[in-house]
Design a protein around this ligand. Structure first.
Ligand code: SAH
Length: 347
């Protein structure tokens, strides 16, 4: 069985060459071809000896992903529905910001975290994505952008799945996209979002790259959070905050707390004040996110007035916060909705 070459970190590829009695620097050459020049055929790697190319071809595939669907939103957001080799569907979203092109990556087929408001978790986790399947999401989008000489400047691991429930593969993915002579996405331009798997937050704080951390908090108290996020029963808020403090101490990076405003659930003034109490003094900012309503769920988006009142309370108490606008709502860009719809159609 051939390996997908995109599963290999530079270290692993170097080991491969060493084991095959080849020069270790071949790994950096191959990496440059794959990630800088983005070729999809070993034969195009013109500085690699023919014999080495033949052995690479014997052992590796340079795969791509099938685009099952692609939708472009009025605001430029572009949503890709990819079909994996085993027929599973995943979503990747390209968002256009004033600071650059940001890609939202899926880390698992489905998700086991079971947050009640989220469409991705409805069927549970089917499997982890491989390193290569995550890499290919970035490469497929980048190759599209190559036509207009643009580059991906930011990555958020915030698509379907819980990245810290597929930790090793996600870390390998981060190292590959960060490779300076390849896609060259700076660690500070990458954010990994978790629902709060505490031991992995601690491990991530010690990871080689200083990648940004986002926590999906969505509630300021354990009572409320446990109602909407199953994971809170295992890792309550206090433990998350402790782990976040450790991350900040180790990295000096500011942490983002994501907070979806759900109508009549977590959008009250009391909730805002509790959130202020919880996060006061922490090097963080709060991202207030509008909820994308899902037909199978009872949850609703809060009103503009309530969102603004919530935001004002945070600001009044000097918490850094943003009230985020929706991206690509007209193409169902959010959180597994396109995948869910397509799966229904194919049933
Ligand atoms: N499992 C990770 C990353 C994937 S979810 C995490 O929990 O952070 C990415 C973000 O989208 C999370 O903050 C999640 O709570 C949020 N989300 C899920 N469903 C949503 C919806 N319908 N509308 C808006 N945000 C949603």
């Amino acid at each position: 069985m051939k390996e997908n070459i995109y599963n290999y970190t530079l270290d692993k590829l170097t080991q491969y060459f060493v084991m095959h009695n080849e020069k270790p620097f071949r790994a950096t050459q191959v990496f440059e071809w794959l990630y800088r020049y983005r070729v999809n055929d070993f034969k195009q790697m013109t500085n690699i000896p023919k014999k080495t190319i033949a052995s690479l071809e014997e052992n590796f595939d340079i795969l791509s992903l099938d685009i099952a669907q692609k939708q472009v939103s009025a605001d430029g957001t572009c949503k890709y529905l990819f079909r994996l080799a085993d027929g599973r569907l995943i979503e990747t979203v390209l968002m256009r910001h004033n600071y650059g092109n940001s890609v939202c990556i899926t880390s698992e087929v489905g998700c086991n975290m079971g947050c009640v408001f989220c469409a991705s978790g409805e069927l549970g986790k089917i499997r982890n994505l491989t390193v290569g399947e995550m890499i290919l999401q970035v490469l497929m989008v980048q190759k599209d952008l190559d036509h207009s000489f643009q580059r991906i400047s930011n990555i958020v691991v915030m698509g379907i799945g819980e990245p810290f429930d597929n930790y090793e593969a996600v870390m390998a993915f981060l190292k590959i996209v960060n490779y300076p002579k390849g896609l060259e996405i700076g660690a500070r331009h990458i954010t990994v979002s978790t629902c709060g798997i505490v031991p992995k937050i601690v491990e991530f704080a010690d990871f080689d790259l200083q990648v940004n951390l986002a926590i999906s908090l969505h509630a300021p108290s354990d009572n409320l959070r446990s109602e909407i996020m199953k994971i809170n029963k295992k890792y309550p808020i206090k433990e998350i905050i402790e782990a976040v403090r450790y991350y900040i101490a180790k990295t000096s990076r500011r942490v983002t707390f994501e907070y979806i405003l759900l109508k009549d659930i977590n959008d009250s003034k009391e909730c805002a004040l509790q959130l202020v109490d919880l996060l006061k003094g922490l090097n963080c900012y709060v991202n207030l996110i509008p909820y994308n309503e899902i037909t199978t769920k009872p949850y609703k988006q809060t009103t503009k007035e309530k969102a603004e009142a919530f935001f004002a309370i945070l600001k009044k108490h000097n918490l850094n916060a943003t009230l985020r606008m929706e991206h690509g709502a007209d193409i169902m860009a959010a959180c597994g909705q396109l995948r869910a719809q397509k799966m229904k159609e194919e049933k």
